[in-house]
Design a protein around this ligand. Structure first.
Ligand SMILES: [Zn+2]
Length: 437
């Protein structure tokens, strides 16, 4: 009979200590770098980190599918095989249970250490960069105004953003209401290319580096988007592969902004409020009216939520000015979220919050709404307006060619068939969590 320890493994723990030590030092190192933000910006964010992320994005960009999703699948399969083999040996009394458990934990710690170390080296140290307002030297625009002036400013911005989203909706579809929730007008590849071009325009307009403007690999639709929907995740950036991944089943109105948001992460933007901000500004620079619609509607909703806290009646009044097609899209998104809120999504939000706090993002998940403040600061830089990008004439001529182009097939059937009732007052009663990655 085989002795019980025949398949017992020797662990050679000492050999793994350097790896564990490196991984364990990453988080304290990121805190240390945060104490020297200018150094981190010039040495890591603008050089080492930028080149690493661009290189990864270029290589992974050759593949049309998500390498990150494949990586997850490989890791899960490897874990399942290792678990199955160890269980078999334990049941056959060829390996002691204690040895199998210790081996499993050690392998898990090794894999986690490799992932953590690569996470920080490839991207995570960007958490230690100075904030966008400091990087842009916008401090003079970021002063707090007296309450009445701040309210008047917010009111004016909300009104122009309601008009901007209405106008972009009309330019994309040629009417005020399609009669069903809208979605992208052309292919995902076209949206991706449009957003990449808009990043060049945005970088030029804001005076950002050539590295920021440089192209990145295309955003990838995740095959397991259903799982993302149940976790209420619209997109995920993979620092290990430099890939912007998005939920292909999400309602159309958020899709371009979501892709632009993930593409900001590809460019070394770590904080969610800054990625949301770039998601809006870049979409607003796009030549495709539906992409502009997605960006303007996103920031409109963020600012209206702020206005609603101070002057609910005025916010309601502005919401009523939305085209019925725009409100229909928002209602469809609420319906989508309502159908997917679950223990899974709530647990996902808690994990995301803990992750953001560990990386010293002030306010955890609340940081998602701070992009509203970035939009206000940018509007002051922009002469008091949130409208950016192509001039009105250019937008109108671009709209003509779009109106002639064929409509895409319905990628977002899940959003269709939502109630046509439009209780517009729900706008700021929505859950406070955002479903962003
Ligand atoms: Zn994000």
């Amino acid at each position: 009979m085989t002795p019980p320890s025949d398949k017992d493994r020797a662990f050679r723990i000492r050999r793994r200590f350097p790896l564990f030590a490196v991984a364990g030092l990453m988080l304290p190192l990121s805190w240390l770098l945060a104490a020297f933000p200018a150094f981190t910006e010039s040495v890591y964010a603008q050089n080492v980190g930028s080149w690493l992320a661009r290189g990864l994005s270029m290589v992974s960009g050759f593949f049309k599918f998500s390498l990150a999703e494949l990586l997850v699948l490989v890791l899960l399969t490897w874990s399942a095989i290792a678990f199955g083999t160890a269980s078999y040996h334990v049941l056959r009394r060829q390996r002691r249970l204690r040895n199998a458990l210790a081996g499993g934990l050690l392998n898990l710690a090794t894999a986690a250490s490799i992932l953590v170390a690569l996470f920080y080296v490839c991207w995570g140290f960007n958490y230690s960069r100075p904030g966008l307002i400091a990087r842009m030297e916008w401090d003079a625009f970021a002063t707090k105004l007296p309450d009445d002036e701040a309210l008047a400013e917010l009111d004016r911005l909300c009104e122009e953003l309601v008009d901007a989203a209405n106008q972009a909706y009309f330019q994309a579809h040629g009417c005020e209401d399609l009669g069903h929730p809208s979605t992208i007008v052309n292919s995902l590849e076209h949206v991706d290319a449009t957003i990449e071009r808009a990043y060049v325009e945005t970088a030029e307009w804001l005076g950002l580096s050539e590295g920021f403007a440089a192209p990145r690999g295309c955003a990838k639709p995740v095959l397991a988007s259903n799982l993302m929907s149940w976790a209420l995740i619209s997109g995920v950036y993979s620092p290990w592969t430099g890939e912007a991944n998005f939920n292909r089943l999400q309602p159309g109105l958020g899709l371009p902004q979501s892709i632009a948001h993930e593409k900001a992460h590809q460019r070394g933007v770590t904080s969610e409020d800054e990625a949301n901000f770039f998601g809006y500004v870049v979409c607003a620079h796009a030549t495709d009216p539906y992409v502009r619609y997605s960006g303007y509607l996103f920031v409109q909703r963020q600012l209206l939520r702020e206005l609603g806290k101070a002057d609910r009646d005025r916010a309601k009044e502005l919401i009523k000015k939305r085209y019925s097609g725009v409100q229909r899209d928002i209602d469809a998104e609420y319906e989508f979220i309502r159908r997917h809120v679950s223990r899974v999504s709530q647990a996902g939000a808690a994990v995301n919050n803990a992750y953001l706090r560990a990386n010293r993002v002030k306010g955890g998940i609340q940081s998602y709404t701070q992009s509203a403040w970035l939009a206000v600061v940018m509007s002051r830089f922009n002469g008091g307006s949130c409208l950016v990008g192509p001039s009105l004439d250019a937008q109108n001529s671009a709209a003509c060619s779009w109106l002639d182009s064929p409509k895409s097939p319905d990628n977002f059937a899940v959003a269709r068939g939502a109630s046509s009732a439009s209780p517009a007052t729900r706008e700021w009663f929505s859950p406070t969590w955002r479903w962003r990655g």
